[in-house]
Write a protein that binds this ligand. Sequence first.
Ligand code: HEM
Ligand SMILES: *[C@@H]1O[C@H](CO)[C@@H](O)[C@H](O)[C@H]1NC(C)=O
Ligand SMILES: *[C@@H]1O[C@H](CO)[C@@H](O)[C@H](O)[C@H]1NC(C)=O
Length: 585
Amino acid sequence: MERTLGFFILFLVSVSYAENLCCSYPCQNGGVCLTKGFKDYECDCTSTDFYGRNCETPTFSKRIKLWLKPSPLTLHNLLIGNNWLWDIINNIPFLRGFIMKKVYTMRSDMIDSPPTYESEHPYITLDANYNVSFYTRTLPPVPVECPTPMGVAGKKILPDLDVLTKKLFIREKFKPEPIGTSALFSFFAQHFTHQFFKTDIKRGPQYQWGGHGVDMTHVYGKNKHDENLLRSFKDGKLKVQTVNGEDWPPLSKDAQVEMQYIMPVPEDSKFALGHSFFGNLPGLFMYASIWMREHNRVCDVMKKEHPEWDDERLYQTGKLILLGETIKIVIEDYVQHLSNYNFKLLFDPSLLFGEPFQYQNRIALEFNHLYHWHPLMPDDFNIGGTNYTIKDFLVNSNLVIKHGMATFVDSLSKQNAGAFTIKNHGKYTVNVVKELIKHGRTLRLQPLNNYRKRFNLKPFKSFEELTGNKWLAKELENFYGDIEAVEFYVGLITEKRRPKAVFGEAIVEMGGPYSVKGLMANPICSPKYWKPSTFGGNVGFEIVNTATIEKLFCQNIKEDCPVVSFKVPGFVEGPEKPVDEHGEL
Ligand code: HEM
Ligand SMILES: *[C@@H]1O[C@H](CO)[C@@H](O)[C@H](O)[C@H]1NC(C)=O
Ligand SMILES: *[C@@H]1O[C@H](CO)[C@@H](O)[C@H](O)[C@H]1NC(C)=O
């Protein structure tokens, strides 16, 4: 009896002290770690092209492939330089298409499809696929029994959020975006991505309430109920009100879609928009209004083409056309600006026909986190000669109506966005980044270096290699102790910027795959959809295939075409400068 009890106690002790050997992430190159009893592990190297106990040895053919493969930095430098070469390639459709196909396949091959992980289990579950309330996860959470929050590396307690925020995030002096990105771009980013980044914060940061892709719910409403409130049910069009000779979204009293405001707002400033957040900032209201006008314009065009069509068909076809226009603009204007590539990007779904490709998408938690680009928002705006602070902007959609669409878009185009770097979060977004990091901790995101490896980047060996800056390296070392323990978002924003780029390497090499997969896996890009008849015939298909951000505005503004640009006109890039001792650019 006593002996049995003794064994039992010994057993308990050994269980509670046994370490999960997978906590040190021993499996390399995408191998999956599986514990084996209490004291061992094994790596599953299936289809990684590597073998060995830790999947560390490449097969012969993989070794050759690795040797031939250019590094992400080499590719980046090739794409931002060599103007003469790209001038030639951009004008030879066959070559441009060939390279673009490579961009599509190389980027989207990085994303697991069907999805593999969610936030509640550090291993594959069926829920990861079937329970669409979850954001998916590219890497599973750090197991709860690990000795440190990041696995085995680093301190037992992560840096205090208030201290971290003060040191790394709060903006003291505005730092402009160094390649000349405009505030028109910042608001586009926010407006476009809010259709699929929809955290269901009441349930928890691992949940979301969106449709996992580009579904235009930010224009048309989150469900059928809201869509019906926003529709006029005449000629396919959306409800509008006309003020100062321009069409604007209806007031909330005329379309009772539930909106959410971050501060109290008078009734006459409440508008019914596709997304509940969009009444909070005039830049979002501006995009909501222009897409609403575009939908109604497209309905007019379609009615002329198809006088036989009823309201429903005009409405549904309008949605498909606007979705197509959105992807076209995102790839050829928005990502084009962001990449700063001399290669001219192309939206052509037919390039993927015949390639192995899954037309399904799931929004990843990591994609949401890396898209927190709040430093891109400036503190002040000059609109048509009047200065406004961000505080004047909040819940003040009427500013757009007051100045008019043309003046508003013109002014945002000429307004420099903020730089995505440390010490550049404005007053009203500091709390957002703090919450974000808290969520990353609750959901046990793996350290930045694990994500670098997952996306074929070399892990950083030192804080200085990460930041390119002695002062910042020292600060981070004090916070984390070990480069293997740097948190996801903190690592992304402290990483040195690439030459001639908005971001560091990791954001682009991760964001690129999520973004390409999300755009090209859209159903309209699949062979049965991607044809003129889906878009009401050749006229509709042509609208999709010739869409630009400039046309979106200019075709829906009666006056002369204003400046519509993601880059401030006449902006001259300064010499490359790293962040200095005080975190200044
Ligand atoms: C001054 C301008 C902005 C303000 C006041 C603001 C405010 C907020 C707030 C209050 C949240 C919700 C945070 C939470 O629930 O924890 C949020 C989320 C978010 N913001 Fe912003 N934001 C601004 C600009 C931007 C910009 C320019 C982007 C660029 C992409 C952006 C991207 C996001 C994303 C991706 C989320 C997560 C959404 C979700 O998961 O539901 N925001 N922001
Ligand atoms: C998804 O998972 C959550 C948490 O386990 C659960 O509450 C919810 O009911 C699940 N949803 C579905 C549709 O199974
Ligand atoms: C608006 O701000 C700019 C730049 O800060 C300044 O040069 C200008 O004088 C201000 N204009 C007015 C009308 O206050």
